[in-house]
Design a binder for this molecule. Structure first.
Ligand SMILES: *[C@@H]1O[C@H](CO)[C@@H](O)[C@H](O)[C@H]1NC(C)=O
Ligand SMILES: *[C@@H]1O[C@H](CO)[C@@H](O)[C@H](O)[C@H]1NC(C)=O
Length: 361
């Protein structure tokens, strides 16, 4: 008992000498699956979750910029790890103090790994641009607390990179984009990996050490893809692309993690779990896995949920909230799977004496 107290006191005295007493926070890079309000501040963007009934099961129930009824997967994983939810970069109240205590979320609906992805949305923030904004953020923090402390703050941060579905759905698979005829399936994925690899290296050079890349779900089964197929079934080719992307990204991330100094880069996907929800919805307590909870009835695809749409009776029984995005409860199941796979890897304190977790295998 006495020793513990002594050690605690010693730590309290020693910590300030170590410099940064900063909190561990998250920096999130992503698309609409992780956007928490950036696009709401892009007035010309056509990818918006700024109208009811987005956000109906979150906080006060008003739209908050999330493209779902409740929480995102990153919200749920961050909550589980005891990390604060980072505010959107474009939030007018963002300041150095807010960044130091909460991190920043750069995710933007319609954004992709590639700059050209999502051009039809007029305004969206691509991954390259999100990383540039992060660099600007680093400068602000360095000016505020000094370069050395800032370096430590950014090296202690937790990083999430979650993009890729728009590079297919709102680029490669749409004939209006030149990438759709410049590449084939293999060369397009090579191009994505080359671009993503370079971006992850930039993040590492900026201090990212603990980073998680999310893979894609069976995006050929989102309601929008089904309604475009003659049978109403999943688009097989789109699902195969997601699987190829996941395999290539897994290799890329594992390789970089081994190659880059002090890097702990992880790849996590929940493809199989979502596929199981879609194939056996009843087994998981869902009643509908093929159409959006928020919809305009027979007018489909409705592209977005609007105040004129009608809602399903029980939002927890629908896998999909709108034509593209999973519901809060589906997100919970995706997050649970990633937490199960990675246990405490993204937990804030690598406490050596923590109790064994029933999750760790
Ligand atoms: C993508 O956009 C960024 C600016 O956000 C730019 O620096 C970069 O060169 C662009 N990449 C390509 C391949 O055009
Ligand atoms: C890696 O970690 C070691 C030990 O903490 C440190 O001395 C070194 O500077 C780190 N290297 C990089 C590139 O972060």
């Amino acid at each position: 008992m006495k020793t513990t107290l002594l050690i605690t006191l010693l730590l309290l005295v020693l910590l300030p000498i170590h410099g940064c007493q900063c909190k561990i926070v998250q920096f999130i890079f992503g698309d609409s699956l992780s956007d928490v309000g950036n696009n709401m501040n892009l007035p010309k963007s056509l990818a918006q979750a700024s109208l009811p009934w987005y956000g109906i099961d979150f906080g006060n129930g008003l739209p908050n910029g999330r493209f779902t009824n409740g929480r995102t997967v990153a919200d749920i994983i961050g909550d589980h790890s005891g990390l604060p939810r980072p505010p959107p970069f474009l939030d007018s109240s963002l300041s150095e103090d807010v960044i130091l205590s909460n991190g920043v979320n750069f995710a933007s609906g319609g954004g992709g790994i590639l700059n050209e992805t999502g051009g039809l949305f007029i305004q969206r923030i691509s991954l390259s641009r999100q990383i540039e904004l992060f660099q600007g953020t680093q400068q602000l923090i360095a000016d505020k607390i000094g370069k050395e402390e800032a370096d430590k703050f950014f090296q202690d941060g937790r990083y999430v990179v979650a993009l890729g579905s728009n590079d297919f759905i709102n680029n490669y698979l749409m004939p209006v984009y030149s990438d759709s005829w410049k590449y084939n399936d293999q060369t397009f994925i090579d191009y994505l990996m080359e671009t993503l690899g370079a971006q992850l290296k930039v993040l590492h050079s900026l201090g990212a050490r603990q980073l998680m890349v999310f893979g894609l779900g069976p995006m050929g089964c989102i309601p929008l893809q089904r309604v475009l197929s003659s049978s109403g079934g999943c688009q097989d080719r789109t699902n195969k692309l997601a699987l190829s992307f996941n395999k290539a990204t897994d290799q890329l991330v594992t390789g970089l993690s081994a190659q880059l100094a002090n890097a702990s880069f992880k790849f996590g996907d929940a493809y199989d779990v979502v596929n199981d929800l879609i194939t056996n919805p009843k087994k998981h307590g869902f009643s509908n896995a093929d159409s959006p909870c928020c919809s305009m009835g027979r007018i489909r695809p409705a592209i977005t949920c609007t105040p004129m749409s009608t809602l399903c009776k029980d939002r927890s029984k629908y896998v999909f909230w709108d034509e593209y995005h999973p519901s809060d409860r589906a997100n919970q199941m995706i997050a649970d799977e990633l937490i199960k796979k990675f246990g405490f890897l993204i937990s804030p304190s690598p406490a050596p004496d923590s109790a064994p977790s029933p999750d760790s295998s």
